[in-house]
Design a protein around this ligand. Structure first.
Ligand SMILES: Cc1ncc(COP(=O)(O)O)c(C=O)c1O
Ligand SMILES: N[C@@H](CCSC[C@H](N)C(=O)O)C(=O)O
Length: 444
C-alpha cells in the first residue's frame, strides 16, 4: 500500500536501512541488523545453545543454506532488499554471526576471513600516536602485526609481562588506547588476569579498549566480555570450526558504535567471511562442546602422564601451574594446548619427528592431535633476538590435543620419547632423563 509520500512501507524501510552512515557520514550499504541473541526466550546450557538454532528458512531447512551469491536483486532502484552484495552482507554470514552472538554473550558478532583479519579490523580503530599495551608472550602473527603498526603506522606498542597485572598498571596512562591480551598465552601457557587489567585500564582511561584474544579457550570455556573486555576476537580456524578445513575469524562486542565502526572496515576492505566458510563454521561450532570435552580430557591425561614421568609441563589443568587458581577463577576449563621443554633443541626435534599419531603441524583446536616446535613454526615470525629477550625456550614442544583415543596418544608419545632418548628406562617404568630434569630446574 502506498503512503502519502508515494513510497510503500517496504521501500521506506529499505531507505531507512540505506540511510545508515559510516564513520565519515557517508551512506552505508544495507547491512545485517545487529544481533538480538535470545529474543526474550530462556537461555539453555551452552552445549544446547551451540546446536539450537532458529532458522526461518522458507522450506524449513534445518541447517542454514549457503547463499552462494555475490549479488542480491533489489525491488527498486532505491534498494528494498536486506542484502545487496556479499561483501556488505550475506544471509549465511548473518545467521552465523547471530548464532555466535548468543554463544559469546555479545550484542554483535562480525565474522571475517581469518583470526589475523579480525585483529586487523580491530587495530584499524587505532590512529598514529595511540598507545597499545600488550604481552611479551603472544601468538607470533599478533607480534608481527603489532610490529608492523609500530614501524609503519606510528602506533606506540608496549610489551610487558601481563601475567603480573601491576606491570600493566605501571604502563597504563591516559594515552593508552588499547590493551591487547591473550590468556593462556601462546605458547608459554601463562595466565593473564583479565578482570583486574580491564578494571585498571578503564579506571586510567575510560575510552581505552580492552581487547582479548580468546582463541586458546573458545567461548566454551571463557567469555571475556562478561569480565570487562570491550572486544573479544578469536581465530575461528581453531576450536570454533574444529577440523582445520577453513580459515575464519570472529569479533564480538557489546557497544553498537564500536560494532558499526568495525563493520565499516569489513565492508570497506572486503574481509567478511565467505558464505561457504560461514556455513562450515556454523556446522563446526555445533560440536564445540563435545569436542572440547574430549580434547580437554585427553590433554589432562597427557599433561599428568608427562608430569608423572618427570617433565615440567605448562598446562592450567595441573595444580603445579603457578597460576592455577587465577585461571580457574576466570575459566570453565583448561583447554587442550600444553607445552614442555627438554633442555636440548636436537632432542626436541627427535621427539617431534619420532611421533606418528601426532601430526607435525602449526595450529590447534583441531580434532587431530598436533605436535610442534613453536620457535621454528608458529612463532618463527618473532625474530631470534626478541625470542631470546623474552626467554622463549627454543627447545619448547607444544602439544595440541585432539579427540583420538587417549591411550593411543599416550602410547605414541611414550614411544616417541623413548625413541628420541628423552627418557631413561628403569624397572619401574621410565623417567625424563637427568639432562631434561636439570634443564627444567634451570628454566623454572
Ligand atoms: C592465539 C592466536 N590468535 C590468533 C591467531 C590468528 O588466527 P588465524 O590463523 O585464523 O589468522 C592464531 C593463530 O593463527 C593464534 O594462535
Ligand atoms: N606460517 C604461519 C604460521 C601460522 S601459526 C598458526 C597458529 N596460530 C599456531 O599458533 O600454531 C604464519 O606465519 O602466520
Amino acid at each position: 500500500m502506498a503512503t502519502p509520500n508515494g513510497s510503500s512501507p517496504a521501500t521506506q524501510a529499505a531507505n531507512k536501512i540505506l540511510a545508515r552512515v559510516d564513520v565519515d557520514g557517508h551512506a552505508l550499504p544495507p547491512s545485517p541488523a545487529p544481533s538480538s541473541p535470545l529474543s526474550g526466550r530462556k537461555r539453555y546450557a551452552l552445549a544446547t545453545e551451540l546446536v539450537y538454532t532458529e532458522t526461518k528458512d522458507q522450506y524449513g531447512a534445518s541447517s542454514v543454506p549457503i547463499y552462494q551469491s555475490a549479488t542480491f536483486k533489489q525491488t527498486s532502484s532505491n534498494g528494498g532488499s536486506e542484502y545487496d552484495y556479499t561483501r556488505s552482507g550475506n544471509p549465511t554470514r548473518t545467521h552465523l554471526e547471530r548464532h555466535l552472538a548468543k554463544i559469546m554473550n555479545a550484542a554483535r558478532v562480525l565474522a571475517v576471513s581469518s583470526g589475523m583479519g579480525a585483529l586487523d579490523v580491530i587495530t584499524r580503530l587505532l590512529k598514529p600516536g595511540d598507545e597499545v599495551i600488550t604481552g611479551d608472550d603472544l601468538y607470533g602473527g599478533t607480534h608481527r602485526l603489532l610490529t608492523y603498526l609500530k614501524n609503519n603506522q606510528g602506533v606506540v606498542v608496549h610489551h610487558v609481562d601481563t601475567t603480573n597485572a601491576d606491570n600493566v598498571k605501571r604502563v597504563i596512562s591516559d594515552k593508552t588506547t588499547m590493551v591487547l591480551l591473550e590468556t593462556p598465552t601462546n605458547p608459554l601457557i601463562k595466565i593473564v588476569d583479565i578482570p583486574t587489567i580491564a578494571a585498571a585500564t578503564h579506571d586510567a582511561n575510560p575510552k581505552a579498549l580492552v581487547v582479548v584474544d580468546n582463541t586458546m579457550l573458545s567461548p566454551m570455556l571463557f567469555n571475556p566480555l562478561d569480565v570487562g573486555a570491550d572486544i573479544v576476537y578469536e581465530s575461528g580456524t581453531k576450536y570454533l570450526s574444529g577440523h582445520h578445513d577453513i580459515m575464519a575469524g570472529v569479533i564480538a562486542c557489546n557497544d553498537p558504535e564500536l560494532g558499526d565502526k568495525m563493520y565499516f572496515t569489513i565492508n570497506a576492505t572486503g574481509c567478511g567471511l565467505s558464505p561457504n566458510d560461514s556455513f562450515l563454521l556454523m556446522r563446526g561450532v555445533k560440536t564445540l562442546a563435545i569436542r572440547m570435552e574430549k580434547q580437554q580430557a585427553n590433554a589432562q591425561r597427557i599433561a599428568e602422564f608427562l608430569e608423572s614421568h618427570g617433565f615440567r609441563v605448562r598446562y592450567p589443568g595441573l595444580k603445579s601451574h603457578p597460576q592455577y587458581d587465577l585461571h580457574w577463577s576466570m575459566a570453565r576449563g583448561a583447554g587442550a594446548v600444553l607445552s614442555f621443554e627438554t633442555g636440548d633443541v636436537a632432542l626436541s626435534e627427535r621427539i617431534v619427528e619420532s611421533a606418528r599419531l601426532w601430526g607435525i603441524s602449526v595450529s590447534f583446536g583441531c580434532v587431530n592431535s598436533l605436535i610442534s616446535m613453536p620457535c621454528r613454526m608458529s612463532h618463527a615470525s618473532i625474530d631470534a633476538k626478541t625470542r631470546q629477550e623474552r626467554q622463549m625456550p627454543e627447545d619448547l614442544i607444544r602439544l595440541c590435543v585432539g579427540i583420538e583415543d587417549g591411550d593411543d596418544l599416550i602410547e605414541d608419545l611414550s614411544r616417541a620419547l623413548v625413541q628420541a632418548g628423552a627418557v631413561t628406562i628403569t624397572l619401574d617404568g621410565f623417567h625424563a632423563t637427568d639432562a631434561v630434569i636439570d634443564s627444567e630446574d634451570a628454566s623454572a
